[in-house]
Design a protein around this ligand. Sequence first.
Ligand code: FAD
Length: 419
Amino acid sequence: MTNSTPRIHIVGGGPAGLTCARVLQGHGIDVTVHDADDAVDSRDAGGTLDLHADSGQIALEDAGLLDAFTAQARPEGQAKTRRDHHGTVLAEFTPAPGDEAAPEIDRGRLRRLLADHLRPGTVHWGHRLQRVTPLGHGRHRLDFADGTSAQADLLIGADGAWSKVRPLVSDAVPQHLGVCFLDARYDEVDSRHPGIAALVGDGHLFANDGDGRAVILQRNGDGVVRGYLAFRAAPHWHVGAGVDLADRESIRSHLTREFGHWSEDLRTLIVRNDGDYVPRSFQALPAPLTWEHVPGVTLIGDAAHLMAPFGGHGANLAMLDGAELAHAVSRALTGPDPVAGLDAAAGLDAELARYEADMFARTADLAVSSNQALRDFFATTDTPHLPPDHEQEHRDYLARARAYRQDRARRTATEPTGA
Ligand SMILES: Cc1cc2nc3c(=O)[nH]c(=O)nc-3n(C[C@H](O)[C@H](O)[C@H](O)COP(=O)(O)OP(=O)(O)OC[C@H]3O[C@@H](n4cnc5c(N)ncnc54)[C@H](O)[C@@H]3O)c2cc1C
């Protein structure tokens, strides 16, 4: 890196990468984002996300987008019902009026919200990173599948679970957590699937048989319910089970057998979806995962700490990583004492290393507990599987949000920049 403006390239335009780019631009720093998708909405972005007051919402505030989020969010979507496989209600949570601890938003809407607030041309869609080559002195050459290339003084890996940037800093790869699922969707649910609409209500239904099977349904915006039909299984379960994943009826026969002891209304819904099932599985990186800082490169989001979604922390932490990294880069480049006696590259690397240390501390316990929560949820047990106390959980989000802001303000006031 020279003492001129560094060339900053983010690989990945998901919640992490787009938040980072937006906060960097808010600091007046140029950045380019590369994403493999052809456009912001060229693929189904997936289901709903709850953005927590102590993480995702702080990142949105840093991005100047909290009000825009609130205008699109669904606070009523925080509602949750827990049932056993007979359909018996075990616990219910209805958010109080004004509860903004973790409102829901569809991923597609969030992605568009973030992308629409970047300077035109920031995201290079259809740019799939194929290879990264270290060039020395913290610089990297990026080669994309379309034959183009770029050079980065700072390379930010925001490219999710199967990151192509991660191998520059760690050998870790995602591990299968022993649970597979079929992604299902139900359209125009209030008119076409009123039984499902009633079961899901405004928010989420979690049903569990205490023997490794679960149905999780979530109300999304626009009258859609999305579901995860989940069961303990090895990655290529369909081969041994004789299921043709390209044939909806073949999957339905399997699910009818697998969930045969479930109540009729729950059994029925798993074979009444619109469109195809999408087979997926839960994966996580070894946790906690840390590495020694490598000059000129760092990771944010799932690329750094892919974890089970039991706790709903992944996108929240991804966005907070993005915002915190952007602040760290800004401290190194534009702070009152940008390099604090170091040359520009060393000053930036010092801030990157500090970002990484904070990120490891922020995410380690949540990754471990989320992965354990998945194992517990799919364990065989005679004890009814009860949810956490959501009222307390919401109070905790708000208390931690206050503490986070106070801690950040204190650190900004007392710590030297660029060191
Ligand atoms: C079933 C399920 C439910 C979940 N529910 C929740 C929840 O309720 N709350 C929550 O907070 N989190 C949840 N998560 C986790 C959440 O989805 C992730 O943590 C979050 O999307 C991570 O954001 P990211 O930007 O790091 O990665 P991603 O969202 O994976 O984005 C990565 C981006 O990189 C791009 N990319 C990948 N490879 C390349 C390449 N080679 N070149 C260029 N671009 C590339 C991709 O196109 C993508 O746009 C859930 C996950 C799953 C699987």
